[in-house]
Design a protein around this ligand. Structure first.
Ligand code: SF4
Length: 83
């Protein structure tokens, strides 16, 4: 379960964001994918952000944004954010 510490957002703010519920979600620009667990909860990672997304996934203390949920070509899922 996401602890809301904000590490992923700090590392890669173009892809991860914290909402008022205290959980991290992925986003595409201003479009926050706040429905984890399905196709609508998956964001396309902007070109050049792959390494930052991987780092954010690896640094997540609870593996909520696990690299297992980071799929290439360039997709990231927040499904772990609520797991
Ligand atoms: S997804 Fe992980 S790194 Fe991001 S805020 Fe939640 S616990 Fe922290």
């Amino acid at each position: 379960m996401c602890t809301g510490d904000g590490l992923c957002e700090e590392i890669c703010p173009d892809v991860f964001t914290l909402l008022d519920d205290g959980l991290a979600y992925v986003k595409e620009g201003a479009d926050v994918k706040s429905a984890p667990g399905g196709a609508e909860g998956i964001a396309v990672v902007p070109a050049g952000m792959e390494d930052a997304v991987t780092e954010a996934s690896e640094e997540c203390p609870v593996s909520a944004s696990s690299s297992k949920t980071t799929r290439y070509p360039r997709r990231a899922s927040p499904n772990g954010a609520r797991s």
